[in-house]
Ligand binder design. Sequence first.
Ligand SMILES: [Zn+2]
Length: 263
Amino acid sequence: MEYIGYLTSLRHEPSDPVNYYAEFNHTPVSLNQHLGEEIEIAFLDEKACCHCGRKIKKTYNNGYCYKCLIQLPENDLCIVKPELCHYHKGTCRDSRFGDRHCMQPHIVYLALSSDVKVGITRKTNMLKRWIDQGAVRAIPFLEVPARKTAGEIEVYLARFIKDKTNWRKMLKNETADHDLFQIKADLLDQLPSEYKKYLIEEPELHEFRYPHITTPEKITSLSLDKQSVIKGKLTGIKAQYLILDTGVFHVRKHTGYKVAFRL
Ligand SMILES: [Zn+2]
């Protein structure tokens, strides 16, 4: 089959293993069933902003045009540095977005994707977030009323624990073996008392398995900016990556690229 359209992030369902879909013109294309088969992604030399649809030469922040980069609230600095949330100053780029996205219950979580890391996410977005990062295990740690507080706690905890994933290790399934509940207990001792009221007492452990037939030994990054056709045998899907026997393709990074997707 051939699908023509603009790439968007992979969709997924938290089944066992995680069920992945690509989406073209709002049509979901199931990917798991194509493991072991040759796939091809051919760049059609056209890019469009994922928000406003304008044709562009270059995308910013995974799929946006420059205007949307500097104007949209989802591209503000406080999205990557939530402790800098400025909603309370009345300067949010779009307070309706802030109400919906930031002034909502947030979770500070511990997840294992390569090593253990701390992260934050909107409560209703938890499973999606973990799968997008390729976590194999995760627990919610604290629940706070809004994004800014979650960001402040994350910055504090990042003194003791990583807040980034080593994506190469994540893709090679090189996952450190840690007891998340033990780490939670240790971090709780470090936590300033003002935050302890947010503790989730008995969190559920979430575990994820990802579709794969082999594990890549070395990771070569494939980019449509460097080669116009990417092809290979699909050997796995994890986080936002299609893992081929020829290298790994980060789908989200190519949001807005018009392609012919053949499988
Ligand atoms: Zn735009």
